[in-house]
Design a protein around this ligand. Structure first.
Ligand code: FES
Ligand SMILES: [Fe+2]
Length: 446
C-alpha cells in the first residue's frame, strides 16, 4: 500500500484514497472554531418542525453551531429565525425553550423587540437617549435565509447558501421523505435533550456504522430488544449525496422486495428481517414518493452536517458544545391518523431505543466519549484512524430513476463520504468555492 497522504503531510486531515483520518479533528480547538465558521454558520441547519410553532407568536429555541436562535412565527404567519442576543449589551432576550409571546423584552434594560426582530421600544428613548437612536438599525440579528421542506424548517446564516432544495438534493430530500411519508406528522411536545462527552462528528459517524451493532449492543440483543438479523442485517445499501448528505444501513435487494410483495399479496411465507420497515411502504403513494431504490432503502439518512433521521419516527440533532461535548436533541413525530396502539408503540420506541434512557444510545454514548478521550492524548492523537472498510470493493449502481446506490455488506462508505465532505467544507473559503469544488457523488468502483 502506498504511503498515506496524511503521513506525507499532503492531505490536511482525511486521506480519501486510503480512508485514513487524522483524529486531531475531534479535539483540536482551532479546528473546532473553524467548523463553527465554515460548517455551521454556512450550512442549512434544521431548526424546528412547523407543527411546533403553529400560531403567530409561537416560538422554539434552537442553536446553529453555538449561535442561539429563536424560531418564531410572526403576525403574518411567516417563520423568522432571530439571533437571541440583544444589541444593547448582548443579553439573551428569550430564556424559555419554547412558548408563546407578543414580543421579546430584554430582561436587562428593557429593550423590546417584535416578532420579526425589529426594535419597537427602549426605556428612556427620549429622556436618556434624547431620541438619538434610529430603532430601525438596532433590531435582533436574523438568519440570512429560512425555508421549509415538508414541514421541516431549516435556516442558514449565510446569504450565499444555495436554495434549501438544491442544498438537500435528491438524497437529502429522500432522507426527509423517509420520515415525511409516515403521514401527516405532528411533532410530539417536549424535545429530549442530553449531553455526551464526545465530539459531534463521532455521533454523526456512528449513524452509518452497522459494524458496531452486535458488539456494542450485545446486551440489547440478549435482552431481546430486536432479533440479531433485524438489528444488524448483512444486506446493506448506501446512497451518497452532494455536500455530505447520505443514507446508510439496511437495504432490501430486488429479490427481497419481490419476495416481500408476493408474501404480502398471498399471505403465505415466513416473516423476514425487513418486514417491520417494509410494511409501511406497501402504500403505492409512499413508493411513488420514495422511488424504486428509496423504497428498498431502510438505512439512516444524515442531512449534513448534524441531522440524523432515525427509523423510530424521530430526528436527532447533534449540537456541538465545544470539541469535547455534544448535546443530542431528540424530536419525536406522530402521524395524525394513527391508532392508539401504534401511538403507544411509537412512544415506547422513542423512550427505549435512543435518547438518554434508550437501551442503544447508552452503549453508543459510552463508546463515543471514550473515542473522544482517545483523541486527546498528546502522543495518542498522532496515531491515525482506519476508515478503510470496503474501500475499492464496491460499485455505485445506476438506476433508470436516477437513484444511484451501493448495494453491499457492512461497510464504511458513509463515514468516508462524511469526512471527505467535511474536509471540502473546511477547505472552502465561501459558498462559491464550495459549490465549485465539492465532490459529486462517486460513480463506478468506490
Ligand atoms: S442588554 Fe438588552 S436592554 Fe440592555
Ligand atoms: Fe449504536
Amino acid at each position: 500500500m502506498a504511503e498515506s497522504l496524511i503521513a506525507t503531510g499532503r492531505a490536511p486531515w482525511f486521506d480519501v484514497e486510503h480512508g485514513v483520518l487524522d483524529r486531531r479533528i475531534y479535539t483540536d480547538p482551532d479546528i473546532y472554531a473553524e467548523e463553527l465558521e465554515k460548517i455551521f454558520a454556512r450550512a442549512w441547519n434544521f431548526v424546528c418542525h412547523e407543527t411546533q410553532i403553529p400560531d403567530p407568536g409561537d416560538f422554539f429555541m434552537n442553536y446553529i453551531g453555538e449561535d442561539e436562535v429563536i424560531v418564531v412565527r410572526d403576525r403574518s404567519g411567516a417563520i423568522q429565525v432571530l439571533l437571541n442576543s440583544c444589541p444593547h449589551r448582548g443579553n439573551t432576550v428569550c430564556r424559555a425553550e419554547q412558548g408563546h409571546t407578543n414580543s421579546f423584552l430584554c430582561s436587562y434594560h428593557g429593550w423590546n423587540f417584535d416578532l420579526t426582530g425589529g426594535l419597537i421600544g427602549m426605556p428612556g428613548e427620549d429622556t436618556f437617549y434624547r431620541n438619538d437612536v434610529d430603532k430601525s438599525e438596532w433590531g435582533l440579528g436574523r438568519a440570512a435565509q429560512v425555508a421549509s421542506y415538508k414541514g421541516f424548517v431549516f435556516a442558514t446564516l449565510d446569504p450565499e447558501a444555495p436554495p434549501l432544495e438544491d442544498y438537500l438534493g435528491w438524497v437529502g430530500r429522500l432522507g426527509i421523505d423517509t420520515l415525511a411519508t409516515h403521514g401527516d406528522l405532528v411533532a410530539v411536545d417536549g424535545v429530549v435533550k442530553n449531553r455526551i462527552k464526545c465530539n459531534w462528528k463521532l455521533a454523526v459517524d456512528n449513524l452509518y456504522d452497522w459494524y458496531h451493532v452486535k458488539i456494542s449492543h450485545g446486551s440489547a440483543l440478549r435482552a431481546g430488544l430486536l432479533t440479531d438479523e433485524a438489528m444488524a442485517p448483512m444486506d446493506q445499501m448506501v446512497i451518497l449525496g452532494e455536500y455530505g448528505h447520505g443514507i446508510g444501513g439496511p437495504g432490501m435487494s430486488e429479490e427481497q422486495q419481490a419476495e416481500f410483495d408476493a408474501r404480502m399479496a398471498s399471505g403465505k411465507g415466513e416473516p423476514q428481517w425487513y418486514d417491520l420497515q417494509a410494511q409501511r411502504r406497501l402504500d403505492p403513494a409512499v413508493r411513488e414518493t420514495l422511488g424504486p431504490i428509496g423504497t428498498r432503502c431502510l438505512g439512516h439518512p444524515n442531512i449534513f452536517p448534524n441531522l440524523w433521521i432515525a427509523l423510530t419516527r424521530q430526528v436527532c440533532l447533534r449540537i456541538p458544545r465545544g470539541p469535547f461535548e455534544t448535546e443530542l436533541w431528540w424530536f419525536t413525530f406522530m402521524p395524525k391518523d394513527i391508532s392508539e396502539e401504534e401511538r403507544r408503540h411509537t412512544m415506547f420506541m422513542a423512550n427505549h431505543v435512543f435518547g438518554p434512557a434508550g437501551l442503544l444510545e447508552q452503549d453508543d454514548g459510552e463508546n463515543w466519549s471514550h473515542s473522544t478521550r482517545g483523541a486527546r492524548g498528546t502522543v495518542t492523537r498522532r496515531q491515525p484512524l482506519n476508515f478503510s472498510m470496503g474501500r475499492g470493493h464496491d460499485r455505485v449502481e445506476d438506476d433508470a430513476s436516477g437513484q444511484h446506490r451501493i448495494e453491499t455488506v457492512v461497510n464504511e462508505h458513509g463515514q468516508r463520504w462524511t469526512y471527505q465532505a467535511w474536509q471540502e467544507w473546511m477547505l472552502a473559503d465561501n459558498w462559491q468555492e464550495l459549490i465549485a469544488n465539492h465532490s459529486m457523488p462517486p460513480k463506478g468502483v468506490v
